[in-house]
Design a protein around this ligand. Structure first.
Ligand code: RP5
Length: 161
């Protein structure tokens, strides 16, 4: 089966955050591709990626960027494939700039916006898995098992260090 999830990011510097999405997809046995696609530095690459995503068989795009984070929204404007946005934490404004840039989309072009930073990237992986699991019973079973394992790992009582 072909790759169904694209993980794209505005810069190499986003990878340590976006890798958290890849870790989740690995754990769930979901094939993905990773690309640096910058809305500002490589707009033609963004255009081509969005224009060809559906015909290449992608079903979810996870897009992370920081600062003036236009990548997820611009990608959503270019493809009907669901775009899951990850606001990367920035030094100047702690990622609030990224969050606001991604979440405030105009009516008609939604981006499913996650939390700022690593937790958001991991949740983006889980969101992609949940979308794909709607039509993939084997993946649905793996996702259920993943969630049960997480739940079982939480102790009932707090412990001293
Ligand atoms: C954004 O600018 C990227 O998504 C990144 O989060 C931020 C900084 O990029 P670099 O200057 O580190 O390449 O486009």
């Amino acid at each position: 089966m072909g790759v169904k999830v694209g993980i794209i990011m505005g810069s190499q510097s986003d990878w340590p955050t976006m890798k958290e999405a890849a870790v989740i997809l690995d754990e769930l046995g979901i094939a993905y591709e990773t690309r640096i696609v910058s809305a500002h530095r490589t707009p033609d690459r963004l255009w081509t990626y969005g224009k060809t995503a559906a015909e290449r068989g992608l079903q979810v795009i996870i897009a992370g960027a920081g600062g003036a984070a236009h990548l997820p929204g611009m990608m959503a404007s270019k493809t009907r494939i669901p775009v899951v946005g990850v606001p990367v934490q920035t030094r100047a404004l702690s990622g609030v700039d990224s969050l606001y840039s991604i979440v405030q989309m105009p009516k008609g072009y939604p981006v499913a916006t996650m939390a700022i930073g690593a937790a958001g990237a991991a949740n983006a992986g889980l969101m992609a898995a949940g979308i794909l699991a709607l039509n993939d019973p084997a993946l649905a079973a793996r996702l259920d098992a993943w969630r049960e394992a997480l739940s079982a790992s939480i102790p009932e009582e707090p412990a001293d260090d």
